[in-house]
Design a protein around this ligand. Sequence first.
Ligand code: FE
Length: 287
Amino acid sequence: MESRRTLSRVIEAPQAMEGEGVPIRRAFPSHEFSQLDPFLLFDHFGGVTLKPGEAKGFPDHPHRGFETVTYMLAGEFEHRDSFGHHGVLKAGDVQWMTAGSGLVHSETPARSMVENGGRLEGFQIWVNLPKRDKMKAPRYQELNGSNIRTAHSADGKAEVKVIAGSALGVQGGVETHIPIQYLHVRLKAGATFTQDLPATLNGMVYVFEGAVTVEGRKVGKYHVGEISTNGDTVEFAALEDADFLLIAAQPIKEPVARYGPFVMNTAAELQQAFNDYREGKMGTISV
Ligand code: FE
């Protein structure tokens, strides 16, 4: 018999500034919520309309040992890295970047956004890599918004963009190192949506429009709900028209040594990452 998972806690994501001054809501890490293995960080950035000259980004910085996943809702970000990779992320697009052994990259608003202003909004999450995959060569998986598969419920009141994993029989397009679900769910007021979520997966919901309940407990706008570890499905009911991300993955259960842009298993590996970066082994960006 299937049993429903509940919420073990609900927390409002604190506001902060990142990079050169990008407003964010950081669901975690915070002093209340450190991480949700294997997820290391969850940022909802922007959600604001910028004036000309106001758009700021994230200048050159390194990463090693994990993945950064960026999902744009509005605006345009341009990215380049120390291996010559360059591209533009537009509204609806996803970039799943495996930093692996390391690279240096920049993430900045596209020139047109800087010049004209406009709405900027999206998500960046950091996903840890198992020890066996931390030193893999860097890799990008880029999904154009129009290629992201979307599932619809029979009554048409639930729409799910399946970025990774599967929902309502639709499979996402990203290859992951461990089982991961990354779903953008849109519900009409009064709709319900049930997702298979085996107890082997840690999960969370982040609401960015409207409000939902899980087994009677409310998750409002800008709140993160951690899903309990018992049961095998989770059901969401929309109190009003709602948009949320449902993110779940199999925990890695390995020691985490993290500092700034590096996430390794031991302090010695962290030191090695700093040394390699300082010695230019992760490269530099030439524009
Ligand atoms: Fe980055």
